[in-house]
Design a protein around this ligand. Structure first.
Ligand SMILES: [Zn+2]
Length: 399
């Protein structure tokens, strides 16, 4: 578990570094020193038992991290920040669902997808999404849903890219209905959602999807209710964080790439092996770079997660809900814990390419091993002398 987690982290860090050549936005600066006045970076370690991080990563024991790095807070474009944001959001959603399950609500997982061709631009797909989802969630029909027993919803926007069919924009919604709502009434409601969704897409100039491919509704069996709703929360909030785990999207996985996979292909590159010589090369996919730039430009400012509003906001009446943090605030939260070593400004560029390895050593073998690793690397580092509290609210490097 630990090694797999370390490998994935190493890949995320490598992608984030590579994105500095690709991103035209904030993500180009993510992970650069900028949190502390002198530009130093602090290696820190904490006992993860019982922390949210442990709950989401499945890790046990130590978790290591760096303080003093600037974070971009992009849920759409950053492999590292999006993981942090997804972990926090899925906790919030799971808590809200648990509240509703405990008070006579029944969750559904509804996925709405479009029919599209390779020629449709991402801009067209996103415009259609706005029209389609707007048709589902506003107007008289929407009021009727609430009258019939709909409590509310939280929806996530997801984008993937297929080699055959181009951009694929779809919606996952966690929907809560009253227990008293009959199966027929639920079917009628989701059927009406699909009709409204489809009409909205057509008004935006897209072809009408077939219900078979455009709508997927999953219900929880009463056994395993809380486990399933927690798993759904992670699934809906995953963003870039993980590959699809539940297989409920109908896009053919073979030709379809997640944004994370596009990023990996655009930066770390694709592994190509010459079958005759066995020689392996890593080749950055320039088409993927081109696609990512289109995506970054168009997705900026969109919300990944939105909730039904006012009286229907599912977060109403949930006890102990913390004030909602912005994506940027979540990403900027440094790991709390014990300072292991201070890496001065000049040291960081040498450590950064192997930062994931240093974190792994710290977690696996402890503080002394981490310091020995730095000595072996031959870089200058300092023992922490005081508890630093100037680690938040960094300025963006270059600002
Ligand atoms: Zn970031």
């Amino acid at each position: 578990m630990q090694d797999r987690r370390s490998d994935r982290r190493a890949e995320r860090w490598a992608i984030r570094k590579g994105l500095r050549q690709v991103s035209k936005g904030r993500t180009a600066s993510c992970g650069l020193p900028g949190g502390r006045p002198d530009g130093s970076v602090v290696l820190r370690v904490t006992d993860a038992t019982g922390t949210p991080a442990a709950a989401t990563t499945g890790a046990t024991g130590r978790i290591a991290g760096f303080a003093g790095l600037w974070t971009c807070g992009s849920v759409w474009m950053c492999p590292e920040c999006s993981v942090r944001i997804a972990a926090k959001r899925s906790e919030e959603v799971a808590k809200v669902l648990a509240h509703h399950v405990g008070t006579g609500g029944v969750p559904l997982l509804v996925t709405l997808t479009m029919r599209h061709h390779r020629e449709h631009s991402l801009a067209e797909c996103l415009k259609a999404l706005t029209k389609g989802w707007g048709a589902v969630t506003s107007g008289r029909s929407s009021q009727r849903d609430y009258d019939q027993g709909l409590r509310g919803w939280v929806r996530a926007l997801e984008v993937t890219r297929s080699a055959d069919n181009g951009w694929h924009v779809h919606v996952h919604a966690l929907v809560v209905v009253e227990q008293t709502m009959s199966d027929d009434a639920v079917d009628a409601m989701t059927g009406s959602w699909f009709a409204r969704w489809s009409a909205g897409l057509v008004r935006a100039g897209m072809p009408a999807p077939t219900e078979e491919h455009g709508l997927d509704v999953q219900r929880i069996e009463s056994a395993g209710l809380s486990e399933t709703s927690a798993a759904w929360s992670r699934y809906v909030c995953k963003g870039l964080a993980t590959e699809a785990v539940m297989g409920s999207t109908k896009a053919a996985r073979g030709t379809s790439r997640s944004i994370y996979e596009l990023m990996r292909d655009a930066t770390v590159g694709r592994r190509l092996e010459n079958p005759d010589t066995g020689q392996v090369i890593q080749l950055a996919d320039l088409h993927a770079r081109h696609l990512l730039r289109e995506y970054e430009e168009l997705i900026r400012g969109r919300r990944q997660l939105t909730w039904s509003q006012r009286d229907h906001d599912l977060r109403n009446d949930v006890e102990d809900m913390e004030d909602e943090l912005t994506d940027e605030e979540i990403a900027a939260q440094d790991l709390e814990g014990e300072d292991v070593a201070v890496l001065p400004r000049e040291t960081w560029p040498i450590v950064e390419p192997r930062a994931a390895e240093l974190l792994h050593v710290t977690e696996r073998h402890g503080i002394d091993a981490a310091r020995a690793w730095l000595d072996d690397l031959g870089v200058e580092w300092w023992l922490p002398t005081r508890l630093t509290d100037d680690r938040r609210h960094g300025t963006r490097p270059g600002d």
